[in-house]
Structure formats: structure tokens, C-alpha cells
Design a protein around this ligand. Structure first.
Ligand code: ADP
Ligand code: MG
Length: 252
């Protein structure tokens, strides 16, 4: 079980310091929420952790791994998966195929080994199917298995995006606004699924979320960002009651 440690992280886009000197750590098994007004730098922090952006300064470690030594496509192999604020799925493919693609991100392609030792390849395919079926079960997607993404309602797509990330068997999952666009009932379902993901799969969850009801209900700890900087870090109650947070939300 690994800890995520972010230290003095910064990134500059031209004249804009989008993230400035941000430090926090996430304990194994924790549900950790990141809140803040639009433009606070929340998605940018996720893009930095998943190595899509190169920081101007700072450190990011996951367990023993120095993430800055890895490229974006290698991050999944370290057990870190994510979803995007704007859903990124193959629109014309079925739910099942999207999940199998999510799984293949993890599989080590080794053509020579596949030629010399086909059973190992079949074993990997078999394991992939098993994992995908476990995720389908967990997220109640069985009835949607052969539907194309483009035919699904928005809430179901968001669910498939989480499912796809889980198929890579992450130990840490970054969720960018999982409840945005969901109605009350769908948000309730999401809360149960996230608890299952933590409890049954042992996945540590970091979520950017605007729905404060969901954050207060689920998060062990909350990080509040504003203009790229840390405003407050603590329990949901502590962060909610923090004067700087109230100022940013109500005063600003
Ligand atoms: P949010 O907290 O709403 O997720 P973001 O992290 O998306 O905020 O953005 C933080 C700031 O960084 C915004 O001002 C945004 O315009 C800027 N930003 C994010 N990504 C880029 C980029 N690739 N190039 C330039 N500016 C960016
Ligand atoms: Mg964002």
C-alpha cells in the first residue's frame, strides 16, 4: 500500500502560476477530496500527477516511485489511474470493448514471448476478462455490456469511465468531478460505488468535486485550493469552517 506525496508542486503557463507551491499527501485507503472554485488548479494537479504536464518545480512520489521519472503512459503500470473532467471514451465502441482497452493499458505486450510461449498470452487474456467482469459486476454495468457509448445517457457514460480506469487494477484512482452532471439519485449511486471501490478493491481515491454534500459524506480529508495555492487542508468540518475557505466561496 503506497502513499501519494506531493511536495511544493508548481506549474507556470506563460505568465500564469496555475499551481503554486502545493503540498499534500494521501494515505493508503483514504478518500481524499480536492475542492476549490473554477480555475483553482484542481485538474492541473491531476494532470501533473498523471504526468500529462511537466511541473516547473516540486516533487511527486507514489510509494517508492519518483513519478517525475516516469512518462504518462507508464503511470498506469505503477498503479495510478484517472478519469477526466470531460469523459474520454471510444464513442463508437461498446462498453465491453472500452473496458478491455482500459485493461490492455496494463498488459505487458511482449511479442517474442507471445510467439515462444502462447499460453502466457492466453493466461493474460483470461485474467483480463475476469477483471473486466469483476468491474462490470461491481458497477452494475452488465445490462449495458453491448451498448455503444454514444447511445448511453450521460450518467452511465461517467460510470463506464470509472469502470475503464478500474480495469487497469489501480491502487490509486484520481476522479475529476465524478458527480458533475449527475442527478441526485445518480450521485447517491456513485457514493455507494465509491465506497465499494475502496472497500472491495482496496483502492485509494482522490476526487476533485464541487458537490459539497458528496465531499462531506465521503471524504476523510479535504484539500481546498484557490488561485493555484493551498487554502486549507483537514477534515471536511475543519475545511468547511476555515475562514479563508468561506472567504473564497462567499466573499470572492
Ligand atoms: P480547475 O480547478 O477548474 O480544474 P484548472 O486546473 O483546469 O482549474 O486550471 C487552472 C488554471 O490553469 C486556469 O486558469 C486554466 O486556464 C489554466 N490552465 C490549465 N491548463 C492549461 C494549459 N494547458 N495551458 C494554459 N493554461 C492552462
Ligand atoms: Mg477542473
Amino acid at each position: 500500500m503506497s502513499r501519494l506525496v506531493v511536495e511544493n508542486l508548481s506549474i507556470r503557463f506563460g505568465g500564469l502560476l496555475a499551481v503554486e507551491d502545493v503540498s499534500f499527501s494521501v494515505e493508503p485507503g483514504e478518500i481524499f477530496a480536492v475542492i476549490g472554485p473554477n480555475g483553482a488548479g484542481k485538474s492541473t494537479v491531476f494532470n501533473l500527477i498523471s504526468r500529462l504536464y511537466e511541473p516547473s518545480g516540486g516533487a511527486i512520489r507514489y510509494g517508492d516511485a519518483d513519478l517525475l521519472r516516469y512518462r504518462a503512459h507508464q503511470i498506469t503500470g505503477l498503479g495510478v489511474a484517472r478519469t477526466f473532467q470531460n469523459i474520454e471514451l471510444f464513442e463508437n465502441a461498446t462498453v465491453l470493448d472500452n473496458l478491455l482497452v482500459g485493461r490492455h493499458h496494463r498488459m505487458r505486450r511482449n511479442l517474442l514471448r507471445e510467439m515462444i510461449f502462447p499460453p502466457a498470452q492466453r493466461r493474460e487474456e483470461h485474467d483480463a476478462r475476469l477483471k473486466v467482469e469483476q468491474v462490470i459486476d461491481l458497477l452494475d454495468l452488465a445490462h449495458l455490456r453491448y451498448e455503444r457509448i454514444r447511445d448511453l445517457p450521460y450518467g452511465a457514460r461517467k460510470n463506464v469511465e470509472i469502470a475503464r480506469a478500474l480495469c487497469s487494477e489501480p491502487s490509486l484512482l484520481l476522479l475529476d468531478e465524478p458527480a458533475s452532471g449527475l442527478n441526485h439519485e445518480e450521485t447517491d449511486d456513485l457514493a455507494f460505488w465509491l465506497e465499494d471501490i475502496r472497500a472491495d478493491l482496496g483502492v485509494t481515491l482522490v476526487m476533485v468535486e464541487h458537490d459539497m454534500g458528496l465531499v462531506n459524506r465521503m471524504a476523510d480529508r479535504v484539500l481546498a485550493l484557490h488561485n493555484g495555492r493551498v487554502l486549507a487542508l483537514g477534515s471536511p468540518e475543519e475545511v468547511r469552517g476555515h475562514p479563508a475557505v468561506q472567504e473564497a466561496y462567499l466573499g470572492g
